[in-house]
Design a protein around this ligand. Structure first.
Ligand SMILES: C[S@@+](CC[C@H](N)C(=O)[O-])C[C@H]1O[C@@H](n2cnc3c(N)ncnc32)[C@H](O)[C@@H]1O
Length: 282
């Protein structure tokens, strides 16, 4: 990165911002501030009162390294090693999908559904544990099980659960095949990007595991396999909630077993992104 070791904060911050903007990062100022604040152990607001702060050579090296990584379009969450999700601060890194704001809406939808108290919840494809941990944190009496096919993701998810002091029962395996249930709520943000859309993805996704993003059959293969298993694991009166691509609402509604309900919710941007399949009560 073309940035000399400078003795004070402001010139280095300006260079980092310009560097990131030149790499096509839309919120270059905010991201540069974030990198600097995190690296120096400051609040972003403190940067403005510390423009003359002298920086040690070790700090400059660390700032340069992180800014360079971000300039290569590595996700900011990987560079900083953490990502906020609802009220949680999750550790993330290579090997796990960076939880997205859209998925926070899936949690809202799930928490708003009717059902027994306390509820038995399953998060399929848990990744960093985002959905499972948020549900457990916001509904502490509910029992939460989470599963993933990726051992690397589960290591990160278990670490998050331990650090946050949230009890989630983690499992390793293909979808829910190794679990018996019954569950009152099955939540799934499974891979749903069609292989053909790989070229349209942000450069940052190239750093994320492909098995967390892509699914055959126009992106619905994973959801279709899980939906076919729902009559085995979902309790009568229960719901399955799927996050999916904005063009997949109709296809996901079509996965509902015969006699079940299917409803698609629009996200804050008006896109069909979440579909709820409901099993009739006993
Ligand atoms: C889109 S990511 C979502 C991660 C997390 N739920 C979130 O919202 O941030 C999909 C997750 O599904 C997992 N996955 C992919 N194929 C799977 C399978 N066959 N069985 C279980 N999990 C799978 C991936 O490892 C990845 O963690």
């Amino acid at each position: 990165m073309p940035m000399d070791a400078l003795p004070t904060l402001l010139p280095l911050l300006d260079k980092a911002r310009a560097f990131l903007a030149g790499k096509g990062i839309a919120n270059a100022r905010r991201e540069a501030e974030w990198i600097f604040a995190e690296t120096l152990g400051l609040q972003r607001i403190d940067l403005y009162t510390g423009f003359d702060r002298p920086l040690t050579p070790a700090e400059v090296d660390r700032l340069r390294d992180r800014t360079t990584r971000r300039g290569k379009r590595e996700p900011l969450a990987y560079v900083l090693g953490r990502q906020p999700f609802r009220s949680l601060d999750l550790a993330v890194g290579p090997g796990v999908l960076v939880p997205r704001p859209e998925t926070e809406e899936l949690v809202d939808v799930a928490l708003g559904l009717p059902g027994p108290e306390p509820r038995r919840v399953l998060d399929v494809g848990t990744g960093s544990g985002a959905i499972a941990l948020a549900v457990r944190q916001e509904r502490p009496t509910w029992s939460v099980t989470a599963t993933d096919a990726s051992a690397a993701a589960l290591t990160i998810a278990r670490g998050n659960a331990e650090r946050l002091g949230l009890a989630v029962d983690f499992h390793h395996g293909d979808l829910a095949n190794h679990l018996s249930g019954p569950f009152d709520l099955v939540l799934a943000n499974l891979p749903y990007v069609a292989e053909g859309e790989r070229a349209l993805c942000d450069p940052e996704t190239a750093f994320e595991p492909a098995e967390a993003l892509f699914s055959p059959d126009q992106g619905v293969a994973h959801m279709a396999r899980l939906a076919a298993d729902l009559p085995r694991i979902l309790a009568p009166g229960g719901f399955a909630v799927f996050e999916h691509g904005f063009r997949q609402g109709e296809a996901v509604r079509g996965l509902a077993p015969v006699g079940w309900t299917a409803e698609t919710r629009r996200d804050g941007a008006g896109q069909e992104r979440i579909t709820i399949l409901g099993r009739p009560g006993a």
